[in-house]
Ligand binder design. Structure first.
Ligand code: MIC
Ligand code: SF4
Length: 643
């Protein structure tokens, strides 16, 4: 039987389990990445493991999320990460050097390698033919220590691309079309592999836009073949030696096959507040726009930026529209300068922001009250922009420019002819923004800098056999990690200060939640379907843990969040019968019985008043042992002590 691309890479990295879809596999991880908002916790966890050096082929610590330094907090976090990286063998990408996924693609990604990152958009690396996963910080810490990364062997979906993109239709529209077809739950439990003749026409950067938004499909990851386009991209980065061709076998077996015909695609827009609420730009034409933001790890590559500059050249942004542009990396920015493209952007009225996540994570540039913001980003969850009642629409760079120039949503095909963009043969390589780690002999001398903002990581406790608690919160379907643990400029600086952060937990859903949870013994959360979708932030598990939450009982969970709950030692339980969700109300006294045996048998009983509800907990042996130990840290510690 032939193999898919993902199976070929998994086969080469398999250290535990068998490659049977649905069963657990452990993978050797070649590379890791962290960003600053999740990185401080990941390195605190790595330090807690007591190792002297990372064991991976390459680990990189990026600073890209918390770059607004409105006080000592973010600067302290940067200094901590810089020093800890230097000591333990991790490269440090300085603030301003760019967004982790863009820089990793340019400078470090290698086809056929495995990568995990403490950021849900790590699958961007799939554009280069890597098998790249978003994970919680603790999983990244374990991988840095040489431990395996465990996943349930996913189903394999194949999306065949036919034809080629027409003018003003771009890779972003392909990603939005996939979301329209499959929804934000459509990729759950699967790897999306992109294939078909149309793939050959897409550059690595275009492919990376598509694999980046595979995260919004809920997919475990997404991957493209490594082919002539990949070789060309690596050669332009001066890294041709990193090229290896990788293709799926002709007789590879897929669980689902879809086709997207690029010849018939039109410019698309995802409407508030979910990336799968997709309509055509034509349908929405005329809607007044207050701001337009171009950038993020989805659309900040050189080809995207050159296109934007060419479309803006000689024109002026409409009055009343504020246009921001954040190039994805220092490499992109310096090439925008050398080609003169930056000048075209500035002359048109754009506000050039730092090479960082910026507005995507509510770090500045929040829209006005009730405002409409068009963004080339990947997420438009309610409140994420920093303005609670703003309406965020997700679009391609072309559609973004069309709106910036006209002041209303406009089908970009109205802009006339698409200017010819010439991509350079080679990119301006300058790695001065990456600090190399100390040599192992010198590591002992490196002092780890801990400012007052650097706190401790809460640690779970082993579950009792009977847990008497209550339902401190009941929520509906599609709760995102932005609901559970919001981000934004006011809160993000406290990612390494869990007690402070806890005040904001579920803040937009129920401002009284944090206090209530803290004063309740054995708090439990009742969730709907796809609970915890979105970001990989383990804070969405660590903060509830700090507030005393012992179990989340939901209809279903998103993959990364469920792994984070297990790592934190919070029980993620599901209703055996989804309709039983209706039987529990907020404030109900709840008793979980037979917890420890139930974890082994895969079933336990929830008593809610006079109702008996059956819950399932179908964990792998490893997950069960982690939960019985009270989380991954106590589990790893116990394993070490028993050795
Ligand atoms: C995001 O896009 O939501 C983030 C911010 O990059 C997160 C990570 C985080 O919460 O720090 C992600 O996607 O994992
Ligand atoms: Fe940064 Fe936004 Fe990408 Fe997350 S989605 S890594 S916040 S640019």
């Amino acid at each position: 039987m032939g193999l898919t691309i993902a199976e070929k890479i998994i086969q080469k990295h398999l250290v535990a389990g068998e490659m049977i879809r649905g069963s657990e596999v452990g993978l050797r991880i070649d590379q890791t990445l962290t960003q600053d908002a999740t990185g401080t916790m990941a390195y605190l966890e790595f330090e807690a493991m007591g190792l002297s050096r990372v064991q991976t082929e390459l680990s990189v610590a990026y600073i890209d999320h918390n770059t607004l330094q409105c006080g000592f907090e973010n600067a302290d976090d940067h200094a901590y990460i810089r020093s800890v990286a230097k000591k333990y063998g991790v490269r440090f990408s300085m603030p301003g050097n760019g967004i982790c996924h863009q820089v990793h693609l340019e400078r470090f990604g290698i086809p056929g390698k495995t990568l995990i990152g403490s950021d849900s958009h790590t699958p961007t690396g799939g554009g280069l033919g890597m098998l790249a996963f978003g994970a919680g910080g603790l999983d990244v810490a374990v991988a840095m220590g040489g431990g395996a990364y465990y996943i349930t062997m996913p189903k394999m979906y194949r999306i065949n691309l036919k034809g080629s993109l027409r003018p003003f239709v771009s890779a972003k529209d392909v990603a939005l079309e996939a979301l329209r077809l499959l929804s934000v739950k459509g990729g759950v439990g699967a790897i999306s592999e992109w294939g078909g003749e149309g793939v050959k026409t897409l550059t690595v950067q275009e492919r990376a836009t598509i694999t980046n938004m595979g995260a919004e499909l809920g997919a475990t990851t997404s991957v493209f073949p490594s082919d002539e386009m990949t070789r060309k991209f690596l050669a332009a980065e001066g890294r041709e030696a990193d090229y290896t061709p990788i293709f799926a076998d002709e007789d590879a077996v897929y669980d689902k096959i879809l086709e997207i015909d690029m010849d018939t695609l039109a410019p698309l827009v995802a409407c508030p507040h979910m990336p799968d609420r997709v309509k055509s730009a034509e349908e929405l034409a005329g809607l007044k726009v207050d701001q337009v933001c171009i950038g993020s790890c989805t659309n900040s590559s050189l080809p995207d930026m050159l296109k934007v500059a060419a479309l803006l050249k000689g024109k002026t942004v409409a009055q009343g529209v504020s246009l921001s542009i954040s190039p994805g990396s220092r490499q992109v920015l310096s090439m925008l300068i050398s080609t003169g493209a930056l000048n075209d952007m500035i002359a048109a009225g754009a506000r050039i922001l730092e090479c960082a996540c910026g507005p995507c994570i509510g770090m500045g540039f929040s829209p006005p009250s009730g405002g409409v913001s068009l963004r080339t980003f990947n997420r438009n969850f309610e409140g994420r922009s920093g303005t609670a009642d703003a309406k965020v629409y997700l679009v391609s760079p072309e559609t973004a420019v069309a709106a910036a120039l006209s002041g209303v949503i406009t089908d970009p095909r109205a802009l006339g002819a698409l200017p010819e963009i010439e991509l350079p043969e080679s990119y301006a390589v300058n790695d001065s923004g990456v600090i190399l780690p100390a040599e192992p002999e010198a590591a002992a001398e490196v002092e780890v800098l801990r400012g007052p903002n650097i706190g401790k990581c809460p640690i779970g406790i082993a579950p009792e056999d009977e847990m008497v608690g209550s339902a401190v919160l009941k929520v509906g379907d599609d709760i995102t990690t932005d609901h559970i643990m919001p981000a934004g400029a006011k809160i993000l600086p406290f990612r390494s200060n869990i007690p402070y952060l806890s005040r904001f937990c579920f803040g937009a859903v129920d401002p009284a939640f944090a206090e209530r949870a803290k004063s309740t013994a054995n708090g439990m959360i009742i969730g709907g379907a796809n609970y915890g979708q979105g970001s990989s932030r383990e804070h969405a598990a660590l903060v509830p843990l700090y507030l005393g939450i012992r179990a989340v009982i939901a209809k279903s969970f998103s993959r990364i969040h469920m792994a984070n709950l297990i790592n934190a030692g919070i029980l993620p339980l599901t209703f055996a019968n989804e309709a039983d969700y209706e039987l529990v109300s907020m404030g109900d006294k709840l008793t979980l019985t037979g917890v420890r045996d139930g974890l082994v048998d895969g079933k336990m009983t929830l008593l809610a008043g006079d109702k008996q509800i059956t819950l399932t907990c179908s964990f792998t042996d490893r997950q069960r042992d982690i939960l019985l130990a009270g989380g991954l840290l106590p589990y790893t510690k116990a394993q070490k002590e028993n050795r």
